[in-house]
Write a protein that binds this ligand. Structure first.
Ligand SMILES: Cc1cc2nc3c(=O)[nH]c(=O)nc-3n(C[C@H](O)[C@H](O)[C@H](O)COP(=O)(O)OP(=O)(O)OC[C@H]3O[C@@H](n4cnc5c(N)ncnc54)[C@H](O)[C@@H]3O)c2cc1C
Length: 423
């Protein structure tokens, strides 16, 4: 039986099953003692943790653990806010319309509180509560399915007719719009700035931060014993968190290669006049009227002009390597957003392109996050699979990680690795 088969079989058996008899026949790294977070044996108290990956998931996990009185070392190969990481763009939307998946609506409600608390503490603008406008065609099911959860978590919304949409938002043409919805508590996060401020808080509160890539790990006796860094350091800890975004499948190929698939995504920024109130008061928007979903962020906060009017398509691009993928945006991508701009925002048709980026979604196979213990090392926690919507949720992901590591809580079922194993 190969190591991959064993891991997959183990996970398919369910998080609470123990494998016996096989472990001694496997190479050291594959010793499987416990499976998932469901039946953790009594853990010794955790005193020190190493978090690998300082994207928004690793940062919030590291800060939350640090605030739980642990010694935390945070490591990143390229540094916080590095251009290859998914967390490094100017802005990320925060919206609660999530169709029928209530778990994310509840996470958004809590995340808003935590982002605002962090913003308050740092005295820097990080969250611009511009609201979020949903433009829907005939089929408005996706938003409508969110409504019970929006009500439950006190996230108010308005519904507009197409005429009301164009009257209220003169920047928009009504082509194809049959329904409009507006989420008042939504908005956007200044992404790279948020990551930098999380790192500042982490260091100020006593965390240790190192810029060096993890080159290897020793898993022995069902535990991660240590990791080795490119700079030669060997880090030991009681617990390890691996929050390496799109790199996770490279780091755990047997386990995650089929479960997290990075795709190439292009984002374009257009130069606009922020003095124009139609633009500066425009909310985050999601357009679901056509075959492709487009979304964008106008980018003018109280003290920040986040590099122009952002537009991107949510359609998954081709497979992409976060380490070696070329980051030159394509002509086709630009033409597609220009076409969209002309159709939906004609006043911005001639706006100059001022910035374009290629980033990667780290898609799990079902689009839900992965927050779970390594099947072959009970003191190793994976956090990833942000799948193009993870940024906003990072504060709650940090809380979930701390609950699993410190309180022995179960991983929420939506985020267990076992769900992704092909039966
Ligand atoms: C184009 C685009 C648009 C998006 N829009 C939104 C949005 O509007 N709203 C939203 O909520 N979310 C959005 N997302 C998703 C969100 O940005 C991601 O889910 C989130 O940033 C993932 O964070 P992460 O920490 O898992 O990964 P990353 O930010 O990629 O961080 C991983 C880190 O791990 C480090 N690392 C990797 N390997 C190693 C190693 N061996 N040793 C040490 N360090 C290592 C990397 O250097 C990197 O810094 C979008 C994503 C993209 C790409």
């Amino acid at each position: 039986m190969t190591r991959r088969n064993l891991l997959q079989q183990t996970l398919a058996l369910g998080a609470s099953t123990a494998v016996s008899g096989l472990a001694s026949t496997l190479p050291q790294e594959a010793n499987v003692h416990t499976l998932g977070a469901a039946v953790m044996p009594k853990m010794p108290p955790v005193r020190n943790v190493v978090v690998v990956g300082a994207g928004v998931f690793g940062l919030w996990a590291a800060l939350t653990l640090l605030r739980s009185d642990l010694r935390v070392t945070l490591v990143d190969a390229f540094g916080v806010g590095n251009i290859r990481s998914s967390s490094s763009d100017e802005t990320r939307a925060l919206r609660a319309g999530y169709g029928a998946t209530e778990v994310y609506v509840s996470m958004v409600a809590r995340s808003i509180e935590l982002w605002k608390a962090h913003e308050e503490k740092t005295k820097r603008e990080l969250f611009v509560q511009s609201g979020c406008l949903w433009l829907m065609g005939e089929d408005e099911k996706f938003f409508r399915q969110s409504i019970p959860a929006l009500k439950k978590y006190n996230l108010p919304f308005d519904e507009f007719t197409p005429d009301e949409v164009t009257k209220k938002y003169p920047l928009v043409t009504g082509d194809g719009v049959r329904h409009g919805f507006f989420e008042a508590k939504a908005g956007y996060l200044l992404a790279r700035r948020s990551c930098e401020s999380l790192l500042e808080a982490f260091i100020a509160e006593g965390g240790e931060y190192r810029v060096s890539g993890m080159k290897g790990k020793v898993i022995r006796g069902g535990e991660v014993e240590s990791i080795q860094l490119a700079d030669g350091a060997v880090l030991n800890a009681e617990q390890f968190v691996f929050a390496c975004g799109a790199w996770l499948p490279e780091i755990f190929p047997e386990l995650l290669e089929d479960m997290i698939r990075p795709t190439r995504q292009e984002v374009f920024y257009f130069g606009v006049n922020f003095e124009d109130k139609r633009i500066s008061k425009f909310p985050v928007w999601v357009d679901m009227t056509g075959k492709d979903l487009f979304y964008g962020i106008q980018g003018s906060g109280k003290e920040t002009l986040a590099s122009g009017f952002k537009i991107a398509s949510d359609t998954r691009g081709g497979p992409f390597s976060p380490s070696t993928g070329d980051r030159m945006p394509s002509e086709e991508g630009l033409s597609a957003v220009r076409r969209f701009l002309r159709m939906r925002f004609p006043a911005l048709s001639n706006a100059p392109l001022i910035q374009a980026r290629v980033c990667q979604y780290e898609n799990s196979t079902d689009g839900d996050f992965i927050i779970d213990r390594l099947p072959d090392a009970k003191n190793g926690l994976i956090i990833g699979g942000g799948s193009g919507h993870g940024f906003k949720h990072a504060p709650v992901i940090g809380e979930i990680a701390a609950d699993i590591l410190l309180k022995g809580k179960q991983t929420p079922k939506e985020f267990r690795i076992g769900r992704l194993v092909r039966k």
